[in-house]
Design a protein around this ligand. Structure first.
Ligand code: GLA
Length: 749
């Protein structure tokens, strides 16, 4: 709900359990007052601006204005007029002078959602949300700035974005225009970010913030494996179930800046948006600029509640609706098994074996096009390599379809190799700075998709490939970061637009692809999970989480990813052991249980498997089909973290009506002389009785307090009260050996 309280000149935005309050001070300055647990009433809150307290000195009191600007909690900050903290907006006038000052003008409450054109965004009609449009302006520059706040009725979420309009008759240049700000006055706080690298994406990192600043950022042209466009402020000691959390998640896939800063008065300001480095946006009179959206979530019940709020927001209001209830195909992907060394016969062999094992889809990965035998060639040539796929794509696809299997392919539309027909015909289509040799990465270069002829040239090839055969799924990869970004076909003053326009061009291409092939399942990927962000989720309901397929390493990667992103979006496969990336051996059972936390599939040579393991696949697929609807539509609870405790990992998914839950427990490291441990479940109905079944036979013995495994014991653990399972927990047995996974089914009776 959005309320304007005229007497106080105050805006009160409420969600089921949170309040967000801002007010206009001295008739012109929009200041932030509060974001936290829901308030029944805001009477007197504007006094918190302390306008008469030294050194708060508004101009009307004829005191020093700059004492005021350097301390006032601006709702949306601006650079050049005496606010020395990290600003959201910075603008240059036509003479290159940098200064902008926003004052409040008016507001409008719009039922439903205002859609940011060309950008991925949360959705919603008037039944589920309202949008507040606050008009701020700078009359000297002739600039209008609309601060947009969408408030969801059933979720503790506020989605912010900013629209800038040049209504003057002179040009201006935006040097930075961030999506939103969060202000708090904490006594102490921690900052949580998701740092990483290739193979270690989105590792949860927490640090206290006392002075100075902490940031997460990307200058790589994509959101990156090194940092994720997410930041949360936590009250000290916050756990999964306790403590206050303020999350900020940017719905964008390019360069970003997320920064938390403590000012001289001990106040916190967090800003988030497109990274200002390399960004510069000229606006002629009449131009409009729209920022990406940032989704703010407040939780007064620890990190777990924040997680479930983001999951609900992104599943119900960001990802295309049909994927909330539609089953995802269980796939086999040939990449780790064959790399680029395959042909039609090999793939038919994969499809046959996969069909026998009960899988749904074969995905042909990198190496099917041009004359690509290794990574030195053919990116850009999206036509079949007849040496490998004799008779073409349709023949292969038809043969796979005849077996009752779906077919999917890998593409990397944004790239080109020097050894390609595309590059020989259009050497100027890649990003390149004049007189400099562009740097290669994985032997490849990035195409300048901001140029219409390049965009069309690439899209038409991808379109024709998909139109030529019955392709149900596309894995859209992006295997290098951007460098050498510049364009000789642009005006000199417009080079700072390229990085953002590149992201918009990728969005436009994925949007068009889905318009032309509406049944397509798109999975994004970027050297593993280097572009796993809310922006890409608008187009693809699943993203390849990491190239690190080691089930034990995956525990932390999936934990960090699922902190913000729905579990059903995490591409996760069972792969061969010793694992390709780590050399570790993990039982086949555990590999499957870990992959079941996300979308499920196999990335191994299903033709030549250990017969014992092969025989386990149908059972695993059947289990996945039972668990997946709960993963997809239910609530996720993080019970224990190997990253923190160094011995075990545990998570649960629970249906919204709390009638069915699955809990996965991975004993990572075995320990001598350690009895079974009670593990406290979450999310169950405390008043209901549940039947608990564990797929590990020794569980019963442990439950009875015995140390032995008791392999013959029944694995029905019996009936428990929900309250008992949550407060006392269930005894998880001591299992022999490292890397053992157990799955519990908890069913209401
Ligand atoms: C990236 C992906 C892999 C695979 C290769 C193919 O690294 O993350 O899954 O598709 O590219 O080149």
């Amino acid at each position: 709900m959005i309320q304007f309280i005229e007497k106080q000149q105050l805006f009160h935005l409420t969600t089921p359990q949170s309040s967000y309050v801002m007010a206009v001070a001295d008739g012109e300055w929009l200041g932030h007052l509060y974001y936290g647990p829901k308030l029944a009433d805001t009477t007197g809150m504007e006094k918190a601006f302390r306008l008469n307290e030294f050194p708060f000195s508004p101009a009307v009191n004829e005191r020093d204005k700059v004492r005021f600007t350097q301390l006032f909690p601006f709702e949306y900050s601006f650079f050049g007029m005496g606010d020395y903290r990290e600003p959201c907006l910075s603008v240059e006038n036509e003479y290159g002078m940098n200064g902008v000052e926003l004052t409040y003008r008016s507001f409008e409450i719009i039922p439903g959602k205002v859609i940011p054109e060309g950008l991925p965004h949360t959705r919603g009609d008037e039944a589920c949300c309202d949008t507040l449009d606050l008009l701020m302006a700078d009359d000297v520059l002739g600039l209008d700035v609309h601060l947009l706040y969408t408030v969801y009725q059933d979720l503790d979420v506020i989605v912010k974005s900013v629209k800038v309009v040049n209504r003057s008759d002179a040009p201006v240049t935006l040097k930075r225009v961030l999506s939103g700000q969060l202000n708090q006055e904490p006594e102490e706080c921690e900052v949580l970010t998701l740092h990483g690298s290739w193979g270690r994406e989105r590792t949860i990192t927490r640090q206290p913030l006392m002075t100075g600043s902490v940031s997460a950022e990307s200058l790589r042209g994509v959101s990156s494996a090194e940092d994720s466009p997410f930041l949360a402020i936590l009250s000290p000691g916050t756990t999964q179930t306790m403590g206050e959390v303020w999350g900020m998640s940017l719905i964008y896939s390019g360069n970003f800046l997320a920064k938390a800063q403590i000012d001289q008065a001990g106040r916190l300001r967090c800003v988030m948006g497109i990274h200002p480095e390399g960004f510069s946006w000229p606006m002629v009179p009449g131009d409009t600029f729209q920022s990406p959206e940032v989704a703010l979530v407040y939780s007064g019940e620890g990190l777990g509640k924040m997680t479930r709020t983001y999951h609900d927001l992104y599943r119900s209001h960001l990802i295309e609706k049909r994927w909330l209830t539609q089953d995802r195909p269980v796939l086999v992907n040939n990449w780790e098994a064959t790399m680029m060394n395959f042909d039609t016969d090999v793939l038919i062999g994969f499809a046959k074996a996969a069909k026998e094992a009960g899988l749904d889809m074969l995905v042909m990965d990198d190496g099917w096009f041009g004359h690509r035998d290794d990574d030195t060639s053919s990116l850009g040539d999206w036509f079949v390599d007849e040496r490998k796929l004799k008779g073409g794509l349709k023949k292969l696809t038809d043969a796979v379809n005849e077996m009752g299997m779906k077919f999917g392919i890998w593409v990397e539309p944004e790239m080109v190799n020097e050894d390609s027909e595309l590059f020989r015909a259009h050497p100027d289509w890649r990003f390149q700075l004049p007189d400099r040799k562009p740097g290669a990465l994985r032997q490849q270069y990035v195409l300048d998709l901001t140029r219409e002829e390049v965009w069309e040239g690439v899209y038409s090839q991808i379109h024709d490939t998909l139109a030529s055969a019955n392709i149900a799924y596309v894995k859209w990869d992006m295997n290098r970061y951007l460098s050498d970004v510049g364009s000789m076909v642009r005006e000199p003053g417009c080079q700072g637009q390229i990085l953002h326009q590149y992201v918009l061009a990728v969005y436009r291409m994925q949007e068009r692809l889905l318009k032309d092939f509406p049944d397509l399942l798109l999975e994004n990927c970027s050297s593993g999970g280097a572009r796993f962000d809310a922006g890409m989720l608008f187009y693809s309901p699943q993203i390849w989480t990491s190239d690190d397929t080691d089930a034990i390493e995956r525990l932390s990667i999936q934990e960090g990813t699922a902190l913000v992103f729905p579990v059903s979006t995490m591409g996760a496969h069972v792969s061969v052991c010793p694992n390709l990336q780590t050399g570790r051996d993990v039982p086949f059972n555990t590999r499957a249980k870990v992959a079941m936390a996300g979308t499920f599939g196999y990335e191994m040579d299903v033709r030549n498997m250990d017969p014992e393991e092969k025989a386990m696949i149908p059972e695993q697929v059947a289990l996945f089909r039972k668990v997946h609807p709960v993963v997809r539509e239910g609530d996720y609870y993080r019970i224990a973290s190997f990253r923190e405790n160094h011995h075990s990992d545990c998570w649960m998914v629970v249906t919204k009506d709390r009638s069915l839950a699955y809990m996965t427990y991975v004993q990572v490291l075995a320990a001598a002389n350690r009895p079974g441990v009670p593990v406290r479940m979450q999310g169950l109905d405390p008043d209901a009785a549940y039947e608990v079944i564990c797929d590990y036979k020794g569980a019963m013995a442990a439950h009875n307090g015995e140390m032995s495994m008791g392999p013959e014991a029944s694995h029905h653990l019996g009936r428990f009260n929900g309250d008992t399972l949550m407060k006392h927990g269930i005894i998880v047995p001591r299992v022999r050996g490292d890397y053992q996974a157990l799955m519990y089914e908890i069913k209401k009776v």
